[in-house]
Design a binder for this molecule. Structure first.
Ligand code: NAD
Length: 293
């Protein structure tokens, strides 16, 4: 079993550490929050006093931090200088592609293997150990990381070179954000036309409008029992998180020259929805704004 340093013990990192411990790995953990560090120590992790201490002398270092700024600071300021040669670096945070590539290049310059490995599946997936990992980096580094990632997730996909994991994540979530709005508009129009939502669901779920936002996560209540629409739009996946990913997609579109007009519109609509006090509700709740409620 591996010696792992884990930095960032929040809503996602905390349960990921528990799954590593359950699989028998030795984890040295660090977070700026004393409460989160206490919880990880209670779960069985060794308490590190800094990111550098968590990283030193480990087989692998895993990070689960809020955004690109923290990832750049933790790796270039502390981790890269503290690890032993041969330590594998894996960042599971969702960050901009440019930060993933910059940190990967800094690690490479120090002779270290690094992967970007953002996840989907949310807190429930982190707790159940059923996350999907989208991984960017060399094939050799991927092969080393795969068994460790499998203790925290069900699906682990090698997406390409460093940055490809983040690219896959923001492309997927842009599709999801747009399709959630499309499904919401369908139900809003159906309602104005006097169509029974159950009939629209019955037809669209078997027709060309079928998609995950409709059949697995339907924003209209009463049609998919497990969807957040049936529990007052409690997340699930918060609108704030969706907005973060849509903004990362827009940043990437601007720098790469991709035309993503619907992604831009989805980002603007989620900003309106969040600013109206809904940031912490599930992203499927945007149907309420689209229906004018
Ligand atoms: P969170 O805010 O709950 O946790 C982040 C943790 O990082 C906090 O405990 C914070 O104290 C710690 N931290 C910040 N800066 C630090 C530093 N310099 N050194 C050490 N610790 C530091 O966030 P989360 O929900 O766990 O999300 C983490 C990442 O996972 C984000 O990039 C997010 O976009 C991504 N993500 C989240 C979800 C979700 O449903 N929550 C789903 C998929 C991906």
């Amino acid at each position: 079993m591996a010696k792992i340093g884990f930095i960032g013990l929040g809503n996602m990192g905390g349960p990921m550490v528990r799954n590593l411990l359950k699989a028998g790995h030795a984890v040295a953990a660090f977070d700026l929050s004393a409460a989160r560090l206490d919880q990880a120590a209670k779960d069985g992790a060794a308490r590190a006093r800094s990111a550098a201490e968590a990283a030193g002398g480990r087989d692998a270092v895993i990070t689960m931090l809020p955004a690109g700024a923290q990832v750049r600071a933790v790796y270039t300021g502390e981790v890269i200088g503290a690890v032993s040669p041969g330590t594998l670096l894996v960042d599971c945070s969702t960050v901009d592609v440019a930060s993933a590539r910059a940190v990967g290049a800094a690690a490479g310059a120090a002779g270290l293997d690094m992967l970007d490995a953002p996840v989907s599946g949310g807190v429930a997936g982190a707790e159940a150990g059923t996350l999907t990992f989208m991984v960017g980096g060399s094939a050799g580094a991927f092969a080393r990381a795969e068994p460790v990632l499998k203790t925290m997730g069900k699906t682990v996909v090698h997406a390409g070179a460093i940055g490809a994991g983040q690219a896959a994540k923001i492309c997927n979530n842009m599709i999801l954000g747009i399709s959630m709005i499309a499904v919401s508009e369908g139900f809003a129009l159906g309602e104005k036309l006097g169509l029974d939502p159950a009939k629209l669901f019955e037809i669209s779920s078997k027709s060309s409008g079928q998609c995950w936002a409709l059949t697995t996560y339907c924003p209209e209540p009463g049609l998919v029992p497990t969807a957040p629409s049936n529990r007052e739009y409690r997340p699930g996946f918060s609108a704030a998180m969706m907005l973060k990913d849509l903004r990362l997609a827009q940043e990437a579109a601007a720098t790469s020259g991709a035309a993503t007009p619907l992604g831009a519109e989805a980002s603007a609509l989620y900003a309106l929805y969040c600013n109206a006090g809904n940031a912490e509700s599930d992203f499927s709740g945007i149907i309420r704004m689209i229906k004018g409620r």
